[in-house]
Design a protein. Structure first.
Length: 92
């Protein structure tokens, strides 16, 4: 798995890093902020190249959290302190 990541992903990651370093964006612009964000997290963003335990995406985490977010929205929509109730459909 690491061999494939090194072969396929490392050149793309290196090009992305080179491109970001070459940009002359204002620090407060959206691009400047995005590049700073990426640079500050570069070690974590590239960890998947050296650690096979790191998944290529976080889809499983996103799916697991979707239920929590949906529950929070239902509770918020029902009003503060209200408990949402499930009602069976009356249509047959």
């Amino acid at each position: 798995m690491l061999t494939l990541r090194q072969h396929k992903s490392r050149p793309i990651i290196e090009r992305l890093h080179q491109w970001a370093c070459e940009q002359r964006a204002l620090p407060q612009s959206a691009l400047g902020q995005a590049i700073k964000y990426m640079s500050n997290r570069w070690t974590g963003l590239t960890r998947f190249l050296t650690d096979p335990r790191v998944p290529l995406d976080n889809g499983a985490t996103e799916r697991a959290m979707r239920g929590l977010a949906l529950g929070a929205r239902i509770t918020t929509a029902a009003g503060a302190g209200a408990v949402p109730r499930w009602r069976p459909s009356t249509t047959a």
